[in-house]
Design a protein around this ligand. Structure first.
Ligand code: GDP
Ligand code: MG
Length: 192
């Protein structure tokens, strides 16, 4: 029997107030409900949303501790929310202090792409340049309102969290038993 040290993966979702974090989470819950009978990495993923405290930049260390993936969200129609991504990333690295900050998985989401074209402030190109400069972070453009591209983003988020957790198990040495680690994310290799 395969066994796992930690079955619940912690994903935290950061970004300025109003960018759509809670709305994305609600869409994510719908995805889980829809996929309930499938063997899916979603099942193990627990998303941590803020309760609005991000307005005061005071989320506390318990929010960040033990995260397996960090989602950085901005609103494509709001430049300030894009410019804040860097400081949210820094805040995460300070508070969560992951073992290997260089390889820690972040995923960037530009939300509210359903809003009229002429309201858009941040181009895909600009966002992708930012993501490249931070070590090729995966980038998705979504609409939580119209459920556009949300599932695709969370598939990558869930897989990144799983990969991070597994790399920590291997790196842990003290209590890891590599033989027992099951690669749930490698669904393609399973014919059952
Ligand atoms: P949070 O503060 O980051 O958690 O943001 P919320 O999820 O509370 O959303 C803030 C506001 O933006 C709400 O009025 C949402 O209905 C709206 N909103 C969220 N996502 C979208 C989206 O994709 N498109 C549009 N047009 N509005 C959105
Ligand atoms: Mg919220």
């Amino acid at each position: 029997m395969a066994s796992r040290k930690k079955v619940l993966l912690k994903v935290i979702i950061l970004g300025d107030s109003g960018v759509g974090k809670t709305s994305l989470m609600n869409q994510y819950v719908r995805i889980i409900e829809r996929n309930q009978n499938e063997l899916s990495s979603y099942q193990h993923t627990h998303l941590w949303d803020t309760a609005g405290q991000e307005r005061f930049q005071s989320l506390g260390v318990a929010f960040y501790r033990g995260a397996d993936c960090c989602v950085l969200v901005y609103d494509v129609n709001n430049s300030k929310s894009f410019e804040a991504l860097d400081s949210w990333r820094d805040e995460f690295l300070i508070q969560a202090s992951p073992r290997d900050p260089e390889s820690f998985p972040f995923v960037v989401i530009g939300n509210k792409i359903d809003v009229e074209e002429n309201k858009r402030m941040i181009s895909s190109k600009r966002a992708m340049t930012f993501c490249q400069s931070k070590g090729n972070l995966p980038y998705f453009e979504t609409s939580a309102k119209e459920a556009l591209n949300v599932e695709q983003a969370f598939e990558v988020i869930a897989r990144s969290a799983l990969a991070q957790e597994e790399s920590e198990e291997y790196g842990g040495g003290d209590f890891g038993d590599p033989i027992n680690i099951r690669l749930d994310s490698d669904r393609d290799g399973c014919a059952c």
